[in-house]
Write a protein that binds this ligand. Structure first.
Ligand SMILES: [Zn+2]
Length: 174
């Protein structure tokens, strides 16, 4: 009897732990399966319609990445993250920033002082909201990432203030 209780408890534990793991793995694969333009290696430019982006991205991702929206400050888990790895464009997979160029700017959004390469990012003047700012977009698919300012730390003196919703993260070694 004791053995039976132990066995069913073990079985219950096993089924709980697999039930917890399965959805996140499936979601991750699903995310890429539904996104024909996503690639961590292909650097060809991506030009598809908003209708197509709508099918690929979540409503929040679509609003921020394709309609130049801004996430509320302090809402991104990436803002405080100190994990080592690479940040990429959530829409197309293009490599954008390394974690060793991330710093705590205190502004409420994930902040970096340097992109991985010059081609990772596009720069556009943004004079909306009565301000002169420089918008930064993904160099591969032109998704809106955020803005760059001149008050960052050395060596660049730049602060790339980025919406966490526009980013994906790949842990080093994965
Ligand atoms: Zn992109």
């Amino acid at each position: 009897m004791k053995y039976l209780i132990f066995a069913s408890a073990a079985l219950l534990f096993f089924s709980c732990s697999t039930a917890q793991q399965k959805p996140s793995k499936a979601n991750k694969m699903e995310e890429k399966k539904n996104n024909p333009v996503f690639s961590r290696t292909n650097t060809d430019k991506v030009e598809i319609s908003d209708e197509e982006w709508k099918k690929i991205l979540s409503p929040e991702q679509f609003y921020i990445a394709r309609q130049r929206g801004t996430e509320r400050p302090w809402t991104s888990p990436f803002e405080q993250s100190e994990e080592i790895g690479t940040y990429y464009c959530v829409a197309c997979g293009n490599t954008l920033f390394k974690s060793n160029t991330k710093f705590d700017s205190g502004c409420g959004w994930p902040s970096f002082f340097e992109p991985v390469t010059k081609k990772s990012i596009l720069y556009l003047p943004d004079n909306t909201l009565g301000m002169r700012r420089t918008e930064v977009q993904c160099g591969r698919c032109k998704s809106h990432l955020g803005h760059v300012f001149n008050d960052g730390p050395p060596p660049t003196g730049l602060r790339y203030c980025i919406n966490g919703v526009s980013l994906g993260f790949e842990k080093k070694g994965e």
